[in-house]
Design a protein around this ligand. Sequence first.
Ligand code: S3P
Length: 178
Amino acid sequence: MSKEKVKELFHKNIMLIGFMGTGKSTVSSYLKNWLDMEEVDLDAMIVKKTSMSIPDIFEKYGEAHFRDLETETLLDVQKREQLIVSCGGGIVLREENVEAMKANGKIVLLTATPKTVYERVKDSKNRPILNGNMNVEYIEQLMEKRRECYLKCADIIIATDGKSVKQIGEELVQKLLA
Ligand code: S3P
């Protein structure tokens, strides 16, 4: 499948969602290079807009304020098209976000087991949601709590455990165009 073909067939934004550590950013930058599409990362946009890190925003203004910034940023991004959008793990928590994603995007859910997620995020200091709870059990509980929200809005689901980013990218494009 040529990248021209993908672009020709696919005008909406590709919304990458999923729990922390499921590989959204990695897959996003792979797709950007492979398909020659523009990539945006909502968290990075928030950091740029506020000149603050995500942990600092949580600490100083609280999670609700971060969620407001997240929605605001998503709504701006959804005015554009043909983007690869890497979303924060909590994007599905607001119905308003889900509606905005659906209106102008195909929603791709990346999944991984709690153990895999733990291995990928255990050294991260950038995930306030896991502060003080960096262990497999907590990740499993939170994932379970969010599972329904993720599944409800996904157009496509890709399990990432044991797959290379190339395999994930190819599976994604195949499912997108199916
Ligand atoms: C969050 C996930 C993070 C970031 C914020 C909250 C969450 O993004 O948006 O720390 O609630 O799951 P990543 O999924 O890219 O780590």
